[in-house]
Write a protein that binds this ligand. Sequence first.
Ligand code: 0YR
Ligand code: MG
Length: 369
Amino acid sequence: MKITQVTPFILHIPVTGSHIADSTHSISHWGVVGTKITTDEGLEGFGFTGTHAYLPADKLITSCIGDCYAPLLIGEDSLLINHLWYKLNRNPPMQWIGRAGITQLALAAVDIALWDLKAKSQDVPLWKALGGNKEILPAYNTDVGWLSIPNDQLVKGIQKTIKEDGFRGIKIKVGSKDPNKDIERIQIVREVMGPDITLAIDGNGKWDLPTCMRFCDRVEKYDIYWFEEPLWHDDVNGHAELARHTSIPIALGEQLYSADAFRQFIDAGGVHYIQPDVTRLGGITEFLTVAEMALGTRLPVAPHAGEMSQIHTHIAFAHPSCMIMEYIPWIKDAFTDPVNVKDGNVIRPELPGAGTTPTEEAFKKFNRL
Ligand code: 0YR
Ligand code: MG
């Protein structure tokens, strides 16, 4: 299958309740920034990364795809994904431009579109093309736990999603200026949830090491499933020190751009739950390297939902290291095969491809390019 066209796109889709915040981000829309790749056999693949919908930055990503990567892709066989990934990432002219940030997000979109094409060419959902073997895949709900949600609504949302959607896992955001506020929220939430629902917390890299140490000492008794991104994203030693200090498991990875970065955290003992994200890592190709590394070191993978789980769901149904999915239902209805949860488990997608094909209506309604 020869690549004939590379067509970038930018969609900005509103989040639940018009606005959300964690300790570092405050947003109203999610950016679906990516590309369509067309082949001479008429098949179309779609891939994208996820952003905070800041149009000038999104345009840097689509420009990298359209101006830098497209000329290197046209005429190539779309099935030779490893070859193309290395051509774009590990060779002149692009290697020195960057191994992180914009180029990696753009590469993610391209790589995912190629995997979408590959699965579509076999007429199977991606999980099957990857050798899927699972029936059940549990999910946990992040969308009820934003830092911007006041305590009374937080409690109501959590009770509702456990009762109505059957979630057995919840994640709430922490990282407030005054950690006492977060401790109070954890206490309230644990009380309404009871002991059987898992409770994870996510600091989005806001606090420093001493703050995290004191905080962990005070919340250990609430049976925290994991503490996600307690510290600055690149601080390998800090995470390792915190891991030695507390019995709460550490989760991270949503801001790491390479398998090498994951290896540093694993080697240092600074991570227990591995959270790679196809939209940051340069796509499914590098994600699989991380998932294999995790499997080799016997650490569980809990993918971060930068694509709101449209793509990771397929990988997680296929890969033995992936144990749970993050669920944030902001953008699903913009896709022909939306990811949905029933009784706390992700419903296995059955349409061919990677779950990345936007609906025609979404292109009309949310298009920003
Ligand atoms: C909001 N999940 C996360 C969102 C979320 C972030 O900007 O990106 O909170 O993706 O940390 O684990
Ligand atoms: Mg997170």
